[in-house]
Design a binder for this molecule. Sequence first.
Ligand SMILES: *Cc1c(COP(=O)(O)O)cnc(C)c1O
Length: 717
Amino acid sequence: MSPHATITFREATEIAREIKSIAYNLWWTWNVDARDLFRELSPQSYFRFNHNVIAMFDEISDQELAARLLDPLQMGRAQNVVNQYKEYMAETNTWASRNAKEIIKNGPVAYFSAEFGLHESLPIYSGGLGILAGDHTKSASDLGLPFIGVSLYYRQGYFEQRIGPDGWQNEEVPNTDPKTLPLEQVVNEAGEPIVASVKIGHSDVYFQAYRINLGRVSIILLDTNRDENELHYREMTSQVYGGDITTRISQEIVLGIGGVRMLRKMGIAPSVYHMNEGHSAFLTLELLRELVREKNKTAAEAIRWVREHTVFTTHTPVPAGHDRFSEDLMRFTMQKFCTECWDDVSEMMHLGLVNADNKEEPFCMTVLALKMSRACNGVSELHGRVSREMWKDLYPKKSVDQVPIGHITNGVHNPGWTSSRAYRFWSNLLGKDWHQHLDDPKFWKRIEDSDFISDEEIMALRYVLRRELIEFVRIRLHQQSVRYGTNPGITFDKVLSSDALTIGFARRFASYKRATLFFSDMARAKRILLNPERPVQIIFAGKAHPRDDMGKKLIQQLVGHARDPELFGKVVFLENYDINAGRLLVSGSDVWLNNPRRPLEASGTSGQKTAIHGGLNVSIMDGWWREAYDGMNGWAIGEDNHPDSVEEQDARDAKNLYDVLENQVIPEYFDREGNGIPRKWFKRVRHAMATLIPVYNTDRMVEEYVHKYYINSKKSK
Ligand SMILES: *Cc1c(COP(=O)(O)O)cnc(C)c1O
C-alpha cells in the first residue's frame, strides 16, 4: 500500500474485525508481529489484563480499532498479521504431510492432560507438566499434525500468589469468565451446547466443553458447571488439582471417561490416545466399555485393541507422586460405571494393581496406564531408567533393562517462549522463518562463528533483556508494597543492576527442587553477592502448593533474605510466577540455576528456555541437563551420580554449587580482557545456542513421538 493511498473506513472495519477474531486463536501468542501489534494497541490494558487480549478488546471499541487502522502504518502492520495468519492456517506442505501421512489418514492424536500451560491469561496449569502439554500442542500445530487436546475447564484456575508483609504466601483465587477468555463453547449443528455425562457414585454428572484454538489444532476443556448438576458436582472442576481425594478421582473420571465421550459426540475418531501422565488413564476403561458393550468384543479382544491405540508418558520419579485410590473409593465412585462392563468392581480393580492377590494394594492410575498402552516413556534418559526400576515388579518375567518404558526427552516451544526482542534478533540474523528450523542442527551450527554473530551483538541483546526483566521486577515489587501499604517511602528504583551478573531461579516450590540451596552457607552466599568488584544478583520466583507449608516456609526464608538490609536489591523474590514472569526471567537471566535432588527432576524444562536468549545453565546433572551438557555449553554442579544419603547429597551439592560459581562462572563473566567484553563467556553462549536450541525443543520432541509412538506399524485392523 502506498503511504498516500487513503484507507476507507469500510476497509479498516473489515481488517479490524479480522484482527479481533485472531485474538481467539492463540496462534497470536507465538507470532511476534501479532503479539507486538496487540500490545501496542493499549499497552496499559495489555499489562493490566496480564496479556488477555479478549479482555483488552472489550475496552477497545470496533470504532476505535477501525479508526486507528486508518493510519497507513498501522494498517500495514495489521494487514501483515492477517496475511501471516491466513498463510499459516492454509499451509498444506507441513512436516506431518511428509512424515505422518498415516495420522492424517487415520485420525488425529487425542492428547489427554490434566493441565495445559498455554498462556498467562489462561490459568489452567500449575507447573511443568502443563507447560509441556501446552508446548507439545503448539508444536503439533506448527508441524501440521492432526491433534486434539483434552483437559478440564478450571473456572477458578490455579491460584495467584500474593506475598504478605510477613513473607508468607497467600493464595488468591481468580474467577474467570469464559466470555473474556479465548474460548468458544462446543456446539452441535443446531448451535446448541454439546452435553455429555458420566456416572459418579449414584449420580449422572453432566458436562459441556469449551474449545481453545491454537493455530491449526485445538484443545477441548470439559466443564461440569451445568444447572442439571448438584452444587458439589458443579464445582468439582473449578480448581486445578483442587479439593480432596474424592474430588481428584471425580475430576479424573470426567477427564478420562468424559473426554472420550465428548470426542465421540463431536464426531472425532482419534487414531491414537496419548495420556500425558496417569490422571487421564480412565480413558482406557471407557474404550474397553465401548468395545465390550457396543461392539460385542470379548474382554481379551478389547484389551488388545485399547493397547494398540494408546500411549502413555510418565513424569514422576517418586512412588508417592502417583495417583492411588482405595478399593472403597473406587467402589463408591465407579460401581455404576463398572457394572456396565464387568461383573464386579474387583475385576476392574485388577487393571490398576501390580499384584492382583494383594488385598491391601490401592488402585494406581500409572499401573492402569502402563497395562493398557502399547508404549510408555519417561521424559529423559535417566528418568526412563528410574521408571524402569520403579515399575519392574509389573513385569516379573523381564529384567530391569527389558521393562518396556523408553524415553523421549522434553523440549520447549521456542517461538512461544522467546521474548519479542530476542525473536526479532533471530529474525534479523537468520531470516523470519528461523523457527521453522528448530529440528535442524546444521541451521544453528553457524552461530558458533563469531564472524556470523559477534560478541558485541549478543552483549547488546543481553543488556536489553536484562533491563526488561529488572523493570518488570521493580514494578511488581512496587505493586506488592502498595497493596499491603508496607514500607511507605521505600523505593524500588535501585533494586537490581543491569551491570550485575543475574542469576535466575524459578519453578514450583516442591521441596526436592531445593530453592534455598544457594543460601545453605550464608557466609559464602554473602561473599558472592556482596563483592563490589564483581556484582552478582539473584532472582527467585515460584508458587508452593496451597497445602505445602514446607514450600511456603522456603518462600518465607527467601523473602527474608531479600529484605535483609545487607542483601536488599541483590536478592529478589518475585511474586506470582506464571508464564509471563517465566518468559521475562528466562530471558533476563544470564545464568539459570537448577539444583534439584538428583534424580527427582524427571526432565525440567525451564533451563531449555534460556539458550535462545543468550543465557547459560548452571545445573545439577539431572533430567535433560545431563544429556545436554557437553563441558562447554554451560556448567554442571557436581558429577553424573549422587550419594544415597540425602544429607550427604545436599551438603555435597551446595559445596559444588559455590565452587562452580566462585571459581568458574563469575570469573569468566567478569573477564573483560577483550576490550570490555567477556569473550570466553560469549563463546560459551554461542556454543550453548548452537547445541541446545536445535535439540531441546518440542518440534524435535513431537517428531520423536510421531516416529516412535504415534505411528503404529503393527496396528491390527
Ligand atoms: C517452564 C515453566 C515451568 C517448568 O519449569 P521446570 O524447570 O521444569 O520446573 C513451570 N512453570 C512455569 C510458569 C514455566 O514457565
